[in-house]
Design a protein around this ligand. Structure first.
Ligand SMILES: [Zn+2]
Length: 98
């Protein structure tokens, strides 16, 4: 009967270890989320105005729009944004004036 007790102890140990790892994983996920929120709050992460994804402020895919620099997750999003700007035809002098 000694072995059964041992088995039980082992099972409990395994359960505790599993619990610890599961908790650790959740904690890490929370931490990653918090870090991302911190980055967003501090301006290190900026929102892609086209698809809403968060991208690094140091990313290469960007467009200067007046004083504002916009960042995009992909060149596709950048193209879409530029096309949208063209479509709006906002107050540029000299272009296609009737
Ligand atoms: Zn995007």
């Amino acid at each position: 009967m000694m072995s059964l007790t041992k088995l039980l102890v082992l099972a409990i140990c395994a359960f505790i270890v599993w619990k610890l790892f599961a908790g650790d994983k959740r904690w890490k996920e929370n931490k990653a989320k918090e870090q991302k929120e911190d980055l967003v709050a501090s301006g290190e992460m900026v929102k892609d105005p086209v698809c809403g994804a968060y991208v690094s402020r140091h990313g290469d895919i960007r467009v200067r729009h007046g004083d504002v620099v916009l960042h995009f997750c992909s060149y596709e999003c950048r193209e879409q944004y530029l096309k949208r700007l063209e479509g709006e035809g906002g107050g540029k002098d000299g272009d296609a004036q009737a």
